[in-house]
Design a protein around this ligand. Structure first.
Ligand code: AP5
Length: 210
């Protein structure tokens, strides 16, 4: 059976960057609530009687999309995957408990990065809309001029929304880190190293624990 990997970390810690490496090296599926929700930003959820009628209205404010929407997405995706790297979920303790009822985990990784570094990374992040590849205006730009020209910025990567996402993370998701730490499962990785150095640590952790 392919490994079940969970990758945790604040917004901008490098979860997407390292998940791409994990997918390539270990052949697992990338299950990411952020991408799934971005693909369904305009989905009508008005029948749920929640504060807003679409996921996008939560996301553009940096708030969490309600659990009933997100749990369903993850449950379906994990059911269809053999091995996976789960990125962006769980983001609060209720989601962590729901996840433990859905599946077992072989490896729980936590990318540890300081807050000011997170802001710099997110406001400088650029995406290739054709391939989904992640770049950064200072740390990592593509060599190909054609690719450079078509890069876009994510709508929630403005400084104001980034600060709110980090606040929401501290309030809701830091307890999730403690939850896995208390269970003795958490592997802490220094996420402030270069992307290649972080990858060396991530790869070794998976090889030793999966
Ligand atoms: P989501 O898409 O999950 O965003 P996030 O958690 O805020 O994480 P990011 O994708 O922004 O960061 P990342 O850690 O993947 O960093 P990356 O590798 O790109 O969620 C978005 C929204 O969806 C949420 O706000 C919420 O509304 C909703 N949502 C999602 N899941 C939910 C859930 N479970 N429940 C409720 N709501 C949910 O790297 C960042 C940048 O840094 C890049 O430019 C990269 O090139 C650069 N970089 C990466 N590593 C390094 C390094 N080592 N050194 C220097 N630069 C680096």
């Amino acid at each position: 059976m392919e490994p079940h990997i969970l990758i945790l970390g604040a917004p901008g810690a490098g979860k997407g960057t390292q998940s791409d490496n994990i997918v390539e090296e270990f052949g697992v599926e990338h299950v990411t609530t952020g991408d799934a929700l971005r693909a369904n930003k305009e989905m009508d959820i008005s029948h749920l009687g929640l504060e807003y009628d679409t996921p996008g209205e939560y996301m553009d404010r940096g708030e969490l999309v309600p659990d009933e929407v997100v749990n369903e997405i993850v449950d379906t995706a994990l059911d269809e995957a053999d091995g996976f790297v789960l990125d962006g979920y769980p983001r609060n303790l209720d989601q962590a408990e729901t996840l433990s009822e859905m599946t077992d985990l072989d490896v729980v990784l936590y990318l540890d990065v300081d807050e000011e570094e997170l802001v710099e990374r997110l406001t400088g992040r650029r995406l290739d809309p054709e391939t989904g590849d992640i770049y950064h205006v200072e740390f990592n730009m593509p060599d190909d001029e054609e690719v450079r020209q078509r890069l876009v910025q994510r709508e929630d990567d403005t400084e104001e929304t980034v600060r709110e996402r980090i606040r929401v993370y501290q309030e809701n998701t830091e307890p999730v880190i403690e939850f896995y730490e208390e269970e003795g499962d958490l592997i802490r990785i220094d996420g402030e190293q270069t992307p290649d150095e972080v990858w060396d640590d991530v790869k070794s952790a998976i090889e030793e624990n999966a």
